[in-house]
Design a protein around this ligand. Structure first.
Ligand SMILES: Cc1cc2nc3c(=O)[nH]c(=O)nc-3n(C[C@H](O)[C@H](O)[C@H](O)COP(=O)(O)OP(=O)(O)OC[C@H]3O[C@@H](n4cnc5c(N)ncnc54)[C@H](O)[C@@H]3O)c2cc1C
Length: 508
């Protein structure tokens, strides 16, 4: 139950505005970008009371990320969100630093899926609202701090201050995070040294270019069905400008001309922006009752669509853990595994993005390195290694337990059968709330009664060869990662306790 602030004394009202409104909730999410919406939906699904404050008055119409990778598609499938996403264009090929890369990996959704970020956000928002999340648009967080067992915060609404009290606050407020600033949390890393200028332009007729490296720079262009051409350009050796506003279109046209010799200055810019190779990551994703996810926790060049996917997967990792903690079922220490798991993944993604930025924006001096990487990606093992990394299908958390190829990895897709009939796919089984104990080898392992409220048991036969290492039974966390593998109950209670909290005492 959410704490009740209604009887608390109101502080001084802002100039001209009435008494501030007060709201108490269990979790306050700051920012209704994709990460905040995904997290809010997961928390509410887990039975938690959630308020989201968002400074924008209406959904963003900005053309930002457009790629969902395989792991994100699997996550959306596990929450039955794919029908709402529709049937997006599919591209099995991606790139690594502009070098073509086949992203094929064992998955139900290998490769890249072209979904505008506005669509992803709309779908997640609808889901969050359907789970009862209270989204307050037009409310900008301006103050936040931990007070005793709560976080107290203030958001400036359209005509009033909203005072909030929550058990936890999660900052999903993007790369310029207000929460980071308010809490004084350091954001180590480096600023952008190089940048790509980008514009959506109407009324120009230029050839498409896919990561074309010319003598003076890198040029990318493609024209969509509506006749709008997206151009992206980097001039070798040109430093990133210190920007407080978007680059003017004239600058994009001038650089485009210098690099390609094409004149696009007569076109009509619909949207212009730039993005640099800045790279920063919080040292800790958790500061007491304040947690960080998405761009608020890590800043990276949005190469190959990894920025958005990384953030959505942060939210998917945190949601169930925070829900169990807030409901008092799991101890606070479960939240520390969010930092331990996602910081490590984030560091690895940021490193691959930095490597790609060098390959992509480096001048002619990186050509020998590009040639070597191109040669390596021709080797199946190297290709699969990079594809697993970019799609995030290879993420394996450091789960304690005897070594097994599935431990810590995501449960691969399979269809489970029982008595000759199809029971469900693993994606369908993961739609049940809580964890899953899948007995695939008739071991007879059962969920002890004290955890039956948090874990569902299913026995059945997977497709032959679909689960590596011939597991007997597997315990799967709500985010699809394997928490325990065994043939008898050895270690099962410890794993259940670690990931789902202590057993519920038997009712007298
Ligand atoms: C111009 C641009 C182009 C991009 N292109 C790509 C791309 O091609 N591929 C890719 O993978 N990624 C791309 N990205 C990155 C991708 O969009 C982000 O990784 C993704 O949006 C991160 O989601 P988020 O929810 O963490 O943050 P955001 O999407 O930034 O959402 C943060 C939300 O918090 C709100 N907010 C901020 N401060 C406050 C406050 N004080 N109070 C209340 N609300 C607040 C903001 O209004 C916003 O809605 C791009 C980003 C930008 C800016």
């Amino acid at each position: 139950m959410a704490p009740d602030l209604a009887t608390g004394g109101a502080g001084p009202a802002p100039d001209g505005a009435g008494r501030p409104d007060r709201l108490a909730t269990e979790v306050l999410v700051v920012g209704a970008g994709p990460v905040g919406l995904m997290l809010a939906a997961e928390l509410a699904r887990g039975g938690v009371d959630v308020v989201v404050v968002e400074k924008r008055k209406a959904p963003s119409t900005e053309s930002r990320a457009s790629t969902l990778h395989a792991r994100t598609m699997e996550i959306l499938d596990a929450r039955e969100l794919l029908p709402d996403i529709g049937t997006p264009p599919h591209e099995p090929r991606g790139h690594f630093g502009g070098l073509p890369l086949d992203l094929t990996w064992p998955s139900t959704h290998p490769g890249q899926w072209k979904v505008p970020q506005t669509r992803t956000e709309a779908v997640l928002e609808e889901r969050a609202i359907s789970h009862g999340v209270d989204i307050r648009c037009g409310h900008e967080l301006v103050a936040a701090g931990e007070v005793g067992e709560y976080v107290e915060a203030e958001a400036l609404g359209p005509d009033k201050v909203l005072r909030l009290r929550a058990r936890y606050l999660v900052a999903c407020d993007g790369e310029d995070s207000t929460v980071r600033r308010l809490t004084g949390v350091d954001f180590p890393g480096h600023d952008a040294g190089r940048e790509l200028l980008r514009a959506d332009v109407e009324g120009i007729d230029i050839p498409d270019r896919r990561f074309q490296r010319l003598e003076r720079g890198l040029a990318i262009a493609w024209r969509n069905d509506q006749g709008v051409t997206r151009v992206m350009v980097h001039e070798f050796g040109r430093a990133a400008g210190p920007r407080t506003t978007n680059a003017p279109f004239e600058e994009v046209a001038t650089v485009w001309k210098r690099v390609t010799e094409e004149d696009i200055s007569g076109g009509t810019p619909l949207w212009v922006n730039s993005f640099g190779d800045a790279s920063r990551q919080l040292a800790s994703y958790r500061h007491g009752r304040v947690l960080f996810a998405g761009d608020a926790a890590h800043r990276q060049m949005p190469i190959g669509g990894q920025a958005l996917n990384l953030g959505l997967q942060d939210a998917f990792n945190l949601g169930w853990k925070l829900a169990l903690t807030v409901r008092g079922q799991a101890p606070e220490s479960l939240l520390d595994t969010y930092h331990a798991e996602r910081h490590t993944v984030g560091r690895r993604v940021l490193a691959n993005i930095e490597a790609q930025a060098l390959l992509l924006l480096g001048g002619l001096e990186v050509e020998p390195l590009r040639a070597l990487v191109a040669e390596l990606t021709g080797l199946e093992e190297a290709r699969a290694h990079l594809a697993g990394m970019i799609s995030a299908l290879d993420v394996r958390y450091p789960v304690p337990g005897p070594a097994h190829p599935l431990l810590g990895a995501r449960l691969p897709h399979t269809v489970v059968r029982s008595g000759g009939r199809e029971l469900a796919s693993t994606a369908e089984l993961l739609r049940a709330r809580g964890g899953l104990l899948l007995d695939v080898d008739r071991t007879g392992v059962r969920v002890p009664a004290g955890w039956a409220d948090r874990v569902t048991a299913v026995a059945g036969d997977p497709e032959p060869g679909s689960l590596p290492g011939e597991p007997g039974a597997v315990l799967v966390r709500p985010d699809g990662h394997v928490a325990w593998v065994g043939r008898d109950e050895d270690g099962l209670a410890e794993a259940l306790d670690r990931w789902f909290g202590p057993a519920r005492p038997p009712t007298p």
